[in-house]
Write a protein that binds this ligand. Sequence first.
Ligand SMILES: [Fe+2]
Length: 150
Amino acid sequence: MSTEWTPDLTLNHDLLDPQHRGLFRLLRVAADAIELPGDALLVALNRFGEALVAHLAAEERIMVETLYPERLRHKTSHDMLVSDVLGVQQEIARAGPTASLVEIVRTRMPEWLRYHTRVNDVPLGEFLARNNPASASLDPVREGPPAKPN
Ligand SMILES: [Fe+2]
């Protein structure tokens, strides 16, 4: 369950929400790859790592562009995650999927992503909605139905 994206993680942001859902999907693929032969797990973790780095860079660019007050603390959290993911990849490449590494991929990485999204990213989404409403998702309720042609 913890590898599933859930609606409480919504930022109401057109770029960041799909990226978050994609990261959870890639973590699920990695968790499923534990049972597959060969280097399937490492391939899946590499795909997750690449998507994560691209996503975090996008988030950090937005935080700088909007002068988000928590951007330095937020980036520190990103840097720690990237370091942890690289460490897990290197350990799996060296030692294979040991029980402790499997537990990290199945449980701790999704939990971290969930925690970070809820505690760090959701407030960022609220800040963006307050300060740059044009970047937030269109709210169909607030926007109302499309105008009828004459
Ligand atoms: Fe973040």
